[in-house]
Design a protein around this ligand. Structure first.
Ligand code: SME
Length: 137
């Protein structure tokens, strides 16, 4: 029996696996809420490095999901006013909140260089991924 990997290694493995195996998933990251401050912090990512490692609640797609507690599918990022660009190549994005004991503790964020890359199947799949991760936190 293999010993359990620490959760941060598992979350990194999830990012790497999704980014390298799903054609349209060009950037994958977990932003997690600070325990006391209203900010999101990038714990893990796969894809081009981003400068946006800390995002205040309310700012950008990620920050909006931190307060809405709802999935946010963006078919065309350029049509969004409250958007933080991490790469000029990105065309669409999905952010799915992660819940632990009913509390929004963070999110998975995926960027695609393909417009309109995410559908309900992606939402259901990523909700399931988040549940698996949250169960380990
Ligand atoms: N686009 C996000 C910021 C995070 S980057 O995509 C990695 C947003 O608007 O919140």
């Amino acid at each position: 029996q293999q010993p359990e990997l620490p959760i941060n290694h598992k979350m990194q493995a999830v990012c790497d696996l999704l980014q390298s195996n799903v054609d349209t998933y060009d950037w994958v990251g977990f932003y997690m809420a600070h325990e006391t401050e209203p900010t999101l912090h990038l714990w893990n990512q796969a894809g081009e490095p981003t400068d946006h490692t800390v995002i205040p609640f309310g700012k950008g797609i990620c920050g909006q999901v931190a307060v809405s507690n709802k999935n946010f599918v963006v078919d065309d990022v350029h049509a969004q006013d409250n958007y933080i660009a991490c790469s000029i190549h990105v065309k669409s994005e999905v952010v799915i909140p992660m819940f632990k004991d009913g509390k929004n503790i963070g999110q998975i964020d995926i960027d695609s260089n393909t417009p309109n890359a995410f559908n309900e199947e992606d939402e259901r799949f990523l909700e399931w991924v988040n549940e698996l991760v949250a169960a380990q936190l």
